[in-house]
Design a protein around this ligand. Structure first.
Ligand SMILES: NC(=O)c1ccc[n+]([C@@H]2O[C@H](COP(=O)([O-])OP(=O)(O)OC[C@H]3O[C@@H](n4cnc5c(N)ncnc54)[C@H](O)[C@@H]3O)[C@@H](O)[C@H]2O)c1
Ligand SMILES: [Zn+2]
Length: 653
């Protein structure tokens, strides 16, 4: 499942048609097979992965991105511009400014041989310049896996597209310090977070370090834990020139290669995803220059140790807002290509049971980007740890296929609290309703979003929302935030998404509301929803069912009066300009360009009526191959225009 955050990024970036189709996106991401994709699809997929990765919400592991999808593009089109430029990041809000110096990516090497080749290249350049190769000094530093930025002493810039970045000086105003000597103005570096700090203080709030780093940069008010991390100096901007390093000659580097690489990985307590080698002589740097993608005097070595064998300490069940119980394996903390990993998820309890995952199980772990890694393979199984009762409410758990569920929807604290938390988090126009507050409210008998909106100041104070000196500011703040959530404008699709309807992530909510007004959606049938692109039959049925279930609660909350921005309807606009609006069309035969069902949906979207047989009312008969004579004759008799699939495509333009 794509997360709400991922869908939101896709929604706002709208780069490609593929980003409007989360189901297809997920299918590609999960199969990690690139050869079946068309060129367009492959490029679109790479761009989407890149956008998500740079926004802190990676969709696929780095390894899959590099060695499956990027490699496929390289195999097909070695000269493709995407491979030869800096992968741009989605612009963060803030002023766009030209970078004082170009920021590039790095060339990558995965073997010692490639590094040796690079050394030979540098030595050749030295000889050409009349410099004795033995006198050259090489520098090795940890390749920080953080968020690249550039500090000119006044402004801190993001890398952007390598030429223009965003002014994010605000991170210094938030109290972030510079790592190393602490001096400003030292050029390129990365925003990084201390690994041990992340694991003990942030791992519960942020899915991964990349996610945290991106959040530090955003304009939005900082999450309290993130602010605390900055103030505790656990998150810093570290200039590359200040990094601890190894320096030596080419001969020393070749002789002690493995030891140097191992040593560099231990020099900092930040996520590291390789070693950067560079030559220090400025004359050679100048002489070699750069491609549009990387400096020729620098190279990144990435070892392939991206998998590790790890022991499971225990499997912890977590009940989600839908009642599904997810198995989370707590692991012996293990360093995997730079990151310290202490938790992994198994796909579902079916897998836990079948493969024997419990205390003491040895598993093979693959680092998935920076996301909580998934368990790839069980090496030595143990007795599986399967819960019988919900860890939150104690009710009996039941199996549905591979999944375990707690069915106590109306009383299970985990489900209620996660549902409420999801509501406020999705609205994203309020603060204060995090896990702890909601837990406390629930402990005081408040068990729905509506009930929260009904609370009075006295009730909140009575529940203990006041400071030790008896002041009522905390309770007042909560009421203010509730008010703010209603007054501050939000898109109606976000409001709908906050109800956590099954299969209705933010992307689907927006798509639905592009075709129907918010209050009309409760009257829709499965057939109505299927017509919308991206909704298959199963999804449509689930949506109708869940909408019916939440209708009462939805209406109660809706009537509180929120400041909703209406999604513009696209069907109306498309219909007006569509060449087939108002026509009655019949499709017949086998279509070659796509499925007939899809063509029917498209035609309806463009304002046409679609008939199943040719009658006097038919305007257009569209024919594929193997067309039956009955329809053709009927068309002839009624003087109806008959066109081929090609002609129909041309008509739509
Ligand atoms: N998982 C995904 O979906 C996904 C998507 C896009 C990219 N990626 C990953 O991103 C990588 C490509 O990103 P990139 O273009 O940023 O290139 P890169 O990984 O080669 O990193 C280049 C950057 O390294 C930084 N750097 C860190 N430590 C440094 C040091 N000690 N000295 C000098 N520079 C240092 C610089 O900021 C430079 O901009 C690939 O490895 C890919 O796996 C993953
Ligand atoms: Zn429960």
């Amino acid at each position: 499942m794509l997360s709400p955050a991922q869908l939101e990024i896709l929604n706002t970036s709208k780069q490609t048609a593929l980003s409007a189709n989360p189901d297809r996106l997920e299918e590609i991401a999960q199969r990690t097979k690139a050869d079946s994709l068309s060129d367009d699809e492959l490029l679109a997929f790479l761009q989407i992965c890149n956008t998500l990765y740079r926004s802190g919400e990676p969709l696929i592991p780095d390894k899959a991105y590099d060695s499956v999808f990027l490699a496929e593009l390289e195999k097909r089109h070695p000269e493709h511009p995407y491979l030869h430029s800096v992968e741009a990041e989605k612009a963060f809000s803030g002023k766009t400014v030209a970078l004082p110096q170009r920021m590039l990516s790095t060339e990558k090497a995965y073997s010692k041989e490639s590094i040796q080749k690079w050394l030979t290249h540098i030595e050749k350049a030295a000889t050409e310049l009349g410099i004795a190769p033995e006198t050259l000094i090489f520098r090795a530093t940890p390749k920080l896996d953080g968020f690249a930025a550039y500090d000119d002493g006044k402004i801190l810039y993001t890398r952007g597209d390598g030429r223009k970045g965003t002014d994010i000086t605000r991170v210094f105003e938030r109290g972030m310090i510079v790592g190393g000597s602490g001096k400003r103005g030292l050029g390129a570096g990365e925003i990084v977070v201390n690994q041990s700090y992340f694991n003990t203080h942030l791992a519960d709030t942020f899915e991964n370090a990349r996610n945290f780093q991106a959040s530090v940069i955003k304009e939005k008010e900082l999450e309290p834990h993130a602010l605390e991390a900055i103030q505790n100096h656990a998150a810093v901007f570290f200039p590359f020139c200040e990094l601890p390093d190894w320096q030596g000659s080419s001969a020393e580097l070749t002789t002690n290669f493995e030891a140097i690489v191992a040593k560099i990985h231990t020099l900092v307590d930040y996520d590291v995803d390789g070693v950067i080698f560079e030559v220090t002589d400025e004359r050679i740097k100048q002489y070699l220059g750069a491609t549009r993608h990387h400096h020729r005097w620098q190279i990144a070595y990435k070892s392939n140790a991206e998998t590790a064998q790890v022991k499971v300490l225990q499997v912890t069940p977590q009940t989600s807002r839908s009642g599904r119980v997810n198995p989370v394996a707590e692991l012996e903390p293990t360093r995997l290509s730079g990151a310290l990993i202490s938790r992994a998820t198994a796909h579902h309890y079916g897998m836990v049971k079948e493969q024997g995952i419990g205390a003491g199980t040895l598993i093979e772990l693959t680092r998935s980007g920076m996301v909580i890694p998934k368990i790839e393979r069980v090496i030595t199984p143990q007795t599986p740890q399967i819960p019988e009762h919900c860890s939150s409410c104690g009710s009996n758990l039941v199996w549905d296929g591979d999944y375990l569920y707690c069915l106590n929807t109306s009383q299970c604290p985990a489900q209620i609290e996660n549902t409420i938390e999801h509501f406020f988090r999705t609205l994203a126009n309020n603060d204060g309703f995090g896990g702890k507050t909601i837990e406390k409210l629930h402990a005081n008998g408040v068990n729905s979003v509506y009930a929260i909106y009904m609370l009075t100041l006295d009730q909140l104070i009575y529940m203990g929302f006041r400071s030790q000196d008896g002041k009522n500011q905390i309770a007042k703040n909560l009421l203010d935030q509730l008010e703010r959530s209603r007054i501050e404008a939000i898109e109606d699709w976000r409001f709908l998404g906050a109800f956590g309807i099954w299969r209705m992530g933010l992307g689907n909510c927006e798509r639905l509301l592009q075709h129907h007004r918010l209050l009309d959606i409760f009257n829709l049938t499965v057939e109505d929803i299927i017509l919308i692109e991206g909704f298959a039959e199963k999804t449509s049925a689930a949506v109708v069912e869940s909408l019916a279930m939440i209708k009462d609660e939805f209406m109660k909350i809706y009537r509180l009066g929120f400041n909703l921005i209406q999604t513009p309807l696209i069907s109306g606009q498309q219909e007006l300009t569509s060449p087939i609006a108002g026509l009655t069309i019949v499709f017949t035969g086998t279509m070659v360009h796509g499925k007939r069902d899809d063509m029917i949906k498209e035609a309806k979207r463009l304002g046409a009526k679609v008939g199943s047989s040719v009658t006097g009312k038919t305007d257009l008969l569209v024919t594929g191959t193997d067309v039956g004579v009955t329809k053709l004759n009927a068309a002839k008799e009624n003087g109806i225009r008959v066109i081929s699939e090609e002609e129909y495509k041309a008509l739509l333009g």
